[in-house]
Design a protein around this ligand. Structure first.
Ligand code: 5GP
Ligand code: ZN
Length: 135
């Protein structure tokens, strides 16, 4: 665990999050400032800064969980498709230095701006309750 890392703190339960899915190695939770309804972040519980510094076996595991969570979101929400986004470095828009994959649900015809909306905490809480699932 890295001391000043917000996602390490979320993984450790020190900062609350709207959890969708959790297992020994991976956590998925709603983005606090979503691009779209159901915008979810998938992280390894262990701290790795970015894609190139994450071991292959960890990446492989995260991606399998990204697939599992995205598939669940597709079935549970009104959702016609989704984008997977993964930013590396400040120049690419990475603001949290703990590797994460964004799952951004999309609807046919709905415009999307890849800029954070203002999260409504009550709505996120209700959505997390709807989307949460176990293995
Ligand atoms: P990045 O720009 O690094 O790819 O994405 C970081 C994402 O983390 C942003 O979309 C931002 O809204 C989200 N984020 C930052 N801090 C928190 C937090 O404390 N909780 C949650 N749930 N999301 C966060
Ligand atoms: Zn971290």
């Amino acid at each position: 665990m890295k001391n000043d890392c917000v996602f390490c703190a979320i993984a450790a339960g020190e900062i609350p999050s709207f959890k969708i899915y959790e297992d020994d190695a991976v956590l998925a939770f709603l983005d606090i400032n979503p691009f779209s309804l159901g915008h979810t972040l998938v992280i390894p519980k262990e701290h790795y800064p970015c894609l190139t510094e994450t071991p292959d076996e960890v990446l492989s595991l995260i991606l399998s969980r990204v697939k599992k969570v995205a598939s669940h979101i597709e079935k549970t929400l009104p959702c016609d498709g989704f984008n997977i986004l993964q930013n590396n470095g400040a120049a690419a828009g990475q603001t949290v230095g703990h590797i994460h994959f964004h799952i951004v649900p999309r609807m046919n015809g709905a415009q999307l701006s890849f800029e954070s909306g203002k999260g409504d905490m009550e709505a996120l809480k209700a959505l997390a309750a709807k989307l949460h699932f176990e293995n």
